[in-house]
Design a protein around this ligand. Structure first.
Ligand code: URA
Length: 198
């Protein structure tokens, strides 16, 4: 899987989810720690079959310490309920970087690398069957590619023992991606559902 080992892994591989969350809560591995209010580690069912991975916390998430709690989060909750018949507590939701990038810019490659061991361990411990990545930075970092989301979506990829289904970020739908983008996102979630049932 592309999340691969990489050097500089500071985790032993033996920590529990709670232990890595505690380590992350005082993390200073990259500059994103300087302006954060809270580390946003992840939420939901720790043994979920379905995991969502966004790019990084926004303003509301930084304030509350929880992923996808703003307008994008409300839309994500609605899409998960409508297309998968699941509640937020039944899935696991996290981000590629756990601290808010200033002014909501995309996370930088070095920030993604610094944070990667946390995401890798979350994936090992939650062990989802299906991972849905939301938006460009998440898909590109999980697949180690520079190909854009509009070309990546609509297909399934192998990600370790899981299946990765990349789709658009709910914020892109809210920015007026249009009905077409929303329809494609719904189709991607149906693909995720089929993958869960296989
Ligand atoms: N956007 C993200 O990518 N993640 C969040 O948690 C919130 C908004």
């Amino acid at each position: 899987m592309s999340l691969g080992l990489g050097s500089g892994d500071f985790l032993t591989g033996k920590e529990s989810l709670g232990e890595i969350e505690k380590i992350a809560s005082s993390c200073e591995r990259c500059g994103l720690c300087e302006e954060r209010q809270n580390v946003v580690f992840g939420t939901g069912n720790p043994s979920a079959d379905l995991m969502f991975v966004g790019e990084g916390p926004g303003e509301n998430e930084d304030r509350q310490g929880l992923p996808f709690v703003g307008r994008s989060g409300k839309l994500l909750d609605d899409l998960i309920a409508q297309e998968l018949g699941l509640g937020r507590d039944e899935v696991y939701i996290t981000n590629v970087v756990k601290c808010r990038p200033p002014r909501n810019r995309d996370p930088r490659p070095e920030e993604v690398s610094s944070c990667r061991p946390y995401l890798r361990r979350q994936m090992e411990l939650v062990a989802p069957k299906v991972v849905v990545s939301l938006g460009n930075p998440a898909a590109q970092s999980l697949l180690a590619t520079r190909t854009g989301i509009s070309r990546l979506r609509g297909q399934r990829y192998k990600l370790g023992d899981a299946v990765l289904v990349p789709t658009y970020h709910p914020a892109a739908l809210l920015r007026g991606g249009g009905g077409e983008m929303t329809a494609q996102t719904r189709a991607d979630l149906v693909l995720a559902k089929l993958s869960l049932e296989e």
